[in-house]
Write a protein that binds this ligand. Structure first.
Ligand code: 6GU
Length: 252
């Protein structure tokens, strides 16, 4: 497969969606090799303890070093044994760097991703320090809000990465106009789309889309994308290069 994925969690069933839809199909086709592990398999006390109180005091609990360390050592050994190479540790955390399309592209080029979604107040810092000496560690946040755990972020990141794998979407062109895809439409949100029937409840299709005039259609789509970006993401407008638009307009 082009990508091996390991995820270590105390809620393996939370990651069941990795068996369905696009990601599930990529697995069935052998493009993706997913291994979900129960972190509690690496606890050795009667209560399968994975957390403890924070040094220095404060609310909540912190995930303990030993289960993560033992689990990661075994997952790394198993993966290498199976021929996987160049692992990257992806640690979902609200204090990570923002997950972006650019980071999705970067991760989709790697052969092996190991996710460590945490519950509670996060993982003892020494775990990330230790593994950063052995492999790249990406601490990643999926947005400015707080989830109860990193599992949902693993699903988000995996879906964004898996659809970029060669052959998974079926059509390489499908990525081209993605919002946030690099290129002429970079940093603009996608505009509206339409399909048959041509009239629905009295609502028609914008005439330009039926004109067959590719230049005008491209210009119209660009203007719609701009309007949508102004409305929903004015922060992105500042990053646009108007010269790129002018150049594209002259070409069409
Ligand atoms: Cl990756 N984890 C948690 N727990 N909360 C988040 C997040 C991740 N990204 C945004 N909020």
């Amino acid at each position: 497969p082009s990508l091996r994925l390991d995820a270590l969690t105390i809620f393996p069933e939370y990651l069941d969606p990795l068996h369905v839809s696009l990601v599930g199909k990529a697995r069935a086709r052998g493009q993706l090799d997913v291994h979900v592990h129960d972190l509690r398999d690496w606890t050795y006390d009667r209560h399968n303890t994975v957390d403890d109180t924070p040094y220095g005091g404060g609310p909540g609990m912190v995930m303990k070093t030993e289960p993560w360390g033992d689990a990661l050592d075994e997952v790394l050994a198993d993966g290498y044994e199976a021929g996987a190479r160049e692992p990257v540790l992806v640690v979902p955390t609200p204090s990570g760097r923002p997950f972006t399309q650019q980071l999705a592209v970067e991760l989709s080029a790697r052969p092996w991703l190991i996710f460590t979604p945490a519950r509670y107040e996060g993982i003892d810092r020494r775990v990330m320090e230790e593994y950063a000496t052995r492999l790249p560690v990406y601490e990643v946040s999926i947005g400015d809000y707080v989830l109860a755990g990193g599992e949902a972020a693993v699903l988000v990141i995996t879906e964004a990465v898996a659809r970029l794998l060669p052959g998974v979407l079926g059509n390489a062109e499908s990525h081209r106009d993605d919002s946030f895809a690099p290129g002429a439409m970079a940093d603009l949100l996608e505009g509206p789309v339409y399909t048959k029937p041509p009239s629905w409840r009295g609502r028609g299709i914008p005439d330009v889309l039926l004109s067959g005039h590719h230049g005008r259609i491209a210009r119209w789509r660009r203007d719609e994308a701009l309007a949508r970006t102004v409305a929903h993401r004015p922060d992105l407008i500042a990053r646009c290069d108007p010269a790129a638009f002018d150049k594209k307009d002259r070409e069409t």
